[in-house]
Design a binder for this molecule. Structure first.
Ligand code: PGA
Length: 250
């Protein structure tokens, strides 16, 4: 059974969103949630860092948490252009995504660096959302399960627990493409990920496992119902309040 205790629905805005758009998004979310509250699923919105402080204020008092999309491994210092987990927490973030495939590919981030970022996030009191996922070539070569297992083993830091660390399975070829694995392919990977979290130790055995990659209002219900899926990481569809809410309500 998929988790019926309520799922974690995380929106990743990537490099999108102005202050005007964030203001409108927050207004639409709050109006809709007031009329029809979501009591089971937990919602998190991860805007660009430029909007974290404002969105935290706009959503204050609601049940919607705010998260960031990346963090540095250190706490502070001479790292021009970087943002530490401590600074993210200071402007209202309670989650941070690390190891998204767009960072792994676009910024050559490897598992060791990602584990260090997740470690820093947890040390700063944030919940780390560690992303894993295979490329299309890796899937075609039959390596998907091995790739995600390696990424989980090396990207989740020592000391992570189910309270401080969430894992998101995002097949690279499904991100922003409108393509998704079949429901049984997702179930297979999530079953494998569960075995991997058990290997990490008792503190991570029941960690939340999200699916991400072209989740939309139209496919959210069937994805959320998959055995072993505890929620979704949503890119494009999270920019539109109505779509993000439809996914949460699916
Ligand atoms: P998508 O992105 O929903 O637009 O496919 C998901 C993600 O990158 O987290």
């Amino acid at each position: 059974m998929a988790s019926v205790a309520g799922q974690l629905i995380v929106g990743n805005w990537k490099m999108n969103g102005t202050l005007v758009q964030a203001d409108r998004f927050a207004g639409e979310m709050l109006t809709s949630l007031e009329a029809e509250p979501i009591t089971r699923d937990r919602l998190v919105v991860c805007p660009p860092a430029t909007l974290l402080a404002d969105l935290s204020v706009l959503l204050a008092g609601s049940d919607i948490a705010v998260g960031a999309q990346d963090c540095h491994t250190g706490e502070e210092g001479a790292y021009t252009g970087d943002i530490s987990a401590l600074l993210l927490a200071d402007c209202g973030a309670s989650y941070v995504i690390v190891g998204h495939s767009e960072r792994r590919t676009g910024h050559q981030e490897g598992d060791t660096l990602i584990a260090a970022k997740a470690h820093a996030a947890i040390a700063a009191g944030l919940i780390a959302i560690v992303c894993v996922g295979e490329t299309e070539a890796e899937r075609e070569a039959g390596q998907a399960l091995d790739i995600v297992a390696r990424q989980v083993r090396h990207s989740v830091p020592r000391g992570a627990t189910i309270e401080t660390c969430v894992i998101a399975y995002e097949p690279v070829w499904a991100i922003g493409t409108g393509k998704t694995p079949t429901l049984s392919e997702i179930a297979t990977v999530h079953g494998h990920l569960r075995a991997c979290t058990a290997e990490l130790g008792p503190e991570m055995v029941s960690a939340l496992l999200l699916y991400g990659g072209s989740v939309k209002p139209g496919n959210a219900a069937e994805i959320k119902a998959i055995d072993g899926v505890d929620g979704c990481l949503v890119g494009g569809a999270s920019l539109i309040a109505a779509d993000f809410l439809a996914i949460a309500r699916a």
